[in-house]
Design a protein around this ligand. Structure first.
Ligand SMILES: [Zn+2]
Length: 534
């Protein structure tokens, strides 16, 4: 048995950052023994009963558990020109991410049936540099597929309350959510929601104006922007970009209509012609905070009904993905206080970027829900530190440059999504998170969320030897040229970040070294298909 050890004066154990030594097996990929408090000598390790094949002391660099990024869109098969298993997982390990959980949508077909899941697994074969687990999709008419998908190893299901932007992944409604919660009683799984909802204007008591944060100018058309259907799909429904997303075919130039033109036609309101689609504020006003608060209120309502009806012990866990609005925090807080089984994540971009700083036409900052005000950004940090939000993920969702429509810079007609898998550690570190916080939010709590906290996310005996070796004292410049994504376009091009991941190990094998080796020659990642036990 090939036995190795790695040690440093800085090891991120669950108990805190301490000197430590980790002994692991390359053969089984498991941690065999950990010593918190000391960098042992080879003799001391031998005295503990371990005959080492090699020993590496990496001080002053930090050893931390590999990240579990539970929200990544790899888009394969079907939209492989956007990303792919190979490029996406290579980018992940280059940033210390050793496990990603792939989202059920934006690949074709989506992961909504067993047949589709098999196609996804075939596509992943031989292309994984990190371990990859899978979410299933909750879409109309697939309730019969949920239990078989759980058995096949999906970690849970994600559904939309608003247009997802792709035809093959339609939204679901309250009735359907309640049916799903009922059907999944007693199952070890999780139901997750993209929580944005556009209610008909009449049924809504708020206006956008009295809801909006400081620092964002208002203008008269904002209420209209958030009520027209033409602008409410998560991704553009009209125009050339929409055609490229939906149908992959050439669209005659003279019939192009922009989403804003479509909205003007729909609302029969000429004032929308005054809206500047290249101004980020216009886009922000089209997706107000109440989209999120309305959606989360509805979900909490469904969960409460389900708990009252079927009992709390048997209720599946509910999780809100990419929570972006501070206004939703009190709703979440209340739901937790009354004991509902609900958690929520936020993303690197909501914690590191603010609407006030997004320049005109820079559509690579577009995502849904949108990046909101600086005040909002700070409130999300507070919510994390209070434990109200429990995890931070990338929501890595790239696309081709054409779909970002950069030449025109029209936010409404650009695909939404920010590419950032693998940038999480330095992004959070630069913005003031401690290593212990990063480990809690991005390793421990995400592994719990996906039911893998018996083997991933912690540096403990018996766990997978997944390590990220992090230089806390250097700086790196993120550039589009340097990223490993298939489409080299990020919202962080030109950002100077504190810290750099030097090496990444997946189950005891080095898969990335910033100096020398680069990526391992062979893909050493595996699919994660074990059924959840929690
Ligand atoms: Zn997503």
């Amino acid at each position: 048995m090939m036995i190795k050890a790695i040690a440093s004066n800085y090891v991120a154990f669950h108990e805190g950052i301490h000197p430590g030594t980790i002994i692991y097996s390359v053969k089984t990929g498991k941690i065999l023994d950990t010593v918190c408090g000391n960098v042992l000598t080879e003799q001391e390790i031998f005295n503990r009963g371990w005959d080492l094949d090699s020993y590496e002391i990496v001080s002053p660099y930090l050893i931390m558990p590999g990240l579990v990024d539970s929200h990544v869109h790899l888009n394969e098969p079907g939209r492989t020109e956007w990303e792919g298993f190979e490029t996406g997982t290579k980018a992940a390990v280059a940033g210390g991410v050793t496990t990603v959980i792939d989202m059920p949508l934006n690949a074709i077909p989506p992961t909504t049936t067993i047949e589709n899941f098999k196609l996804k697994l075939d596509a992943a074969e031989g292309q994984l540099w990190c371990d990859v687990g899978f979410w299933g999709g909750l879409v109309p008419h697939n309730l019969d597929h949920l239990k078989p998908l759980i058995e096949a190893g999906v970690r849970g299901f994600k559904g939309f309350l608003i247009d997802s932007g792709v035809d093959e992944f339609p939204a679901i409604d309250k009735r359907y959510i309640q049916q799903a919660l009922h059907i999944l009683q007693g199952e070890k799984t999780m139901i997750m929601f993209h929580a944005e909802l556009q209610l008909p204007e009449a049924g809504h008591e708020h206006t956008v104006v009295d809801h909006h944060g400081e620092g964002i100018d208002e203008f008269d058309d904002c209420n209209m922007l958030s009520t027209v259907k033409s602008l409410s799909s998560v991704e553009p429904k009209y125009g050339q970009v929409s055609e490229l997303i939906q149908h992959h075919e050439e669209y005659p130039m003279d019939s192009i209509i922009t989403p804003l033109e479509a909205a003007e036609y729909e609302a029969n309101d000429k004032s929308l012609a005054n809206v500047d689609p290249c101004d980020y504020k216009s886009f922000l006003l089209s997706r107000p905070d109440h989209f999120e608060t309305d959606a989360i209120s509805l979900i909490v309502d469904c969960l409460r009904n389900s708990v009252l009806k079927d009992g709390i012990e048997r209720s599946p866990f509910v999780h809100i993905v990419h929570l972006a609005s501070m206004e939703a925090l009190p709703i979440l807080k209340h739901a937790k206080e009354i004991g509902l089984p609900i958690t929520a994540e936020t993303c690197f971009h909501y914690l590191s970027l603010a609407a006030e700083n997004i320049p005109e036409s820079k559509t690579f900052y577009k995502c849904c829900p949108p990046i909101r005000s600086e005040k909002n950004r700070k409130a999300l940090w507070n919510a994390l530190r209070q434990g109200l939000l429990t995890s931070v993920v990338s929501d890595h969702s790239p696309c081709t440059p054409e779909l970002k429509n950069l030449a025109k810079g029209d936010f409404f007609s650009a695909w939404g999504g920010i590419a950032s898998v693998g940038l999480g550690i330095p992004l959070l570190y630069t913005n003031g998170a401690s290593i212990a916080e990063i480990v809690k939010w991005c390793c421990e709590n995400t592994s719990k969320q996906v039911g893998l906290d018996h083997k991933k996310g912690f540096l403990r005996t018996g766990y997978d030897a997944d390590f990220a070796i992090f230089d806390m004292n250097t700086y790196q410049m993120v550039t589009n040229e340097k990223v490993y994504y298939k489409n080299k376009l990020t919202a962080y091009d030109g950002s100077k970040l504190k810290g750099l991941v030097r090496n990444t190990y997946v189950r005891g094998k080095m898969v990335f070294a910033v100096e020398g080796m680069g990526h391992s020659e062979h893909p050493l990642g595996q699919t994660i298909l074990e059924r959840r036990s929690t």
